[in-house]
Ligand binder design. Sequence first.
Ligand code: NAG
Ligand code: NAG
Length: 408
Amino acid sequence: MAKWVWLAALLCGSQAAVLPPPWADVRRNPCAAHPKGWLMLYWPADGKCYTIYKKGHPCPDTQELSPGRWGGRTVAECKCPPGTAQLPHTTTCHKLFERGPCRPGEYFAPVEESFNKRGERQGMCVRPQQCADETLLYWPADGRCYYRMTQGPCYPGAILDAGRDGLANCTCLIGGPHHWTVDGGCYAHYTRGPCEKGQLFLPGARCGCEKHLPQYHDETGACYELDTLGPCSKGHTFSVTDVTSEGSKAECRCKSFHARASDGACYRLYTRGPCAHDEMIARGGRCTKVPCARGRLYVAARRRCYRPGAPEPCPAGEVVAFDLEARPALDGLSHNGVCACGSGACTRKEVEACSSRRYTASYNGTCHILHTQGPCGEGAWLVRDSYRVRCQCRPDSPSECTEDEGAS
Ligand SMILES: *[C@@H]1O[C@H](CO)[C@@H](O)[C@H](O)[C@H]1NC(C)=O
Ligand SMILES: *[C@@H]1O[C@H](CO)[C@@H](O)[C@H](O)[C@H]1NC(C)=O
């Protein structure tokens, strides 16, 4: 709350936020006379006070009144609400990750806010990435591909399918083959869905468990979803190991990147597991001495240890990093070193992606939207001419504008 009080002081016409509190003074702060004046921003164009974060007037319909910065001062400005964005030079906000203002087959993607000085939430139209095959759909919000007709990134009760616009959509078709009338949700077949433990949601939209299913587990006489823990103990996954002429059967086996140790349990490779304190689980489940000095990580492909951040065993732009897939609380400390993008590294890939889009360009190593002020000075905008990307004075700019020769 204190923040808004301070804001109101700055916004509502006072020259300096000095004692006594200027927002209490109606002569200095036109908003102070209002009940809840601290929730209001002063709009100079009509000299009135408006409620903060409200959509519409004095802003365009889809924008909301927000506090913004202007040359070190706080001012009221119209912004797109979170989760929405506008195209450069427009004031209409569209939902992100949907078609919005884009052509069929494209979706509206956010441009990082840091890319433009004004703090506008800007978006641009992009084509979804290709997934490996037709059974998968691209989900723009996390940049991953998910199987159709599975829950994927959707809330429980919805499943992923292609919408009318061809983009992935979380949906639930009432009366469809995935619709469970009892709770009104939709669930993927052969998952537990809305069913009791030991049963699966089967085609025909019913809960059941049948002996002929690969998901059937003899010992417990129940059915479990494939590639989950199922009836198994820690470190295992309930998966189909081999397919025979009588059909396939799932069984408990070690999860990938895990090995069975002498105690019969599965442990993540290069963690301590049941081994002595200076040992780790190696491939095959043996306990071996940790080969690394303190603070170093083991890179199995090189059978050597490296300091985190070392570029040496990794592809260009990547460095040795901790294995974030290992969960210390569950797996214990991991000695595994993986290659990952370092800070400022892998920029090459990003720069390429930035330069290949029509609306964006890389300037001084950062991606910006063309024909916006971006990194340029007052009155200038970013343009791409045949040779380079540079700041140019806008045709309508006042005289005091600085251009440049371009940065790479
Ligand atoms: C996405 O799914 C929802 C819920 O079923 C539906 O209302 C909406 O029309 C779908 N959108 C598209 C573009 O198909
Ligand atoms: C380029 O970026 C560097 C570091 O981020 C900064 O110091 C420099 O001023 C920038 N140059 C221009 C022309 O914006």
